[in-house]
Design a protein around this ligand. Sequence first.
Ligand code: 5GP
Ligand code: ZN
Length: 117
Amino acid sequence: MTAMSDDCIFCSIVAGELPSHTVYETEDTLAFLDANPLAPGHVLVIPKAHHERLDDLPEELAGTVLETLYQLVSPVETAVEADGTTVAFNNGPAAGQEVPHVHGHIIPRFDDDDGGP
Ligand code: 5GP
Ligand code: ZN
């Protein structure tokens, strides 16, 4: 399903109906700060179209989402002076996916953090 989903918080963010802190935007993707960050600078990257899981995405859009993640890793790391990043998708409730609109996490990591997610 690609139309906006009325009860999806990430679709509401794309539509500008819910506030978010946008860090980067392309024609088909949006990157914004996570509201409950696991580390400073924790960013979420989503396709603007509503799809639940990574494997629901048309292949070309999956490539576009991954390209946006790729573009952001280094700037995010630099912005918060991180030592590394964890880049991940929780795919399905069993994996801890709470928001059913596919999103990639960029989580800054620090040498002295606790091992993280
Ligand atoms: P998941 O567990 O589904 O992989 O991750 C969902 C992420 O979305 C969580 O890290 C959570 O903090 C974030 N999140 C949930 N609701 C909102 C929201 O309304 N705005 C923003 N910016 N992030 C949200
Ligand atoms: Zn959605």
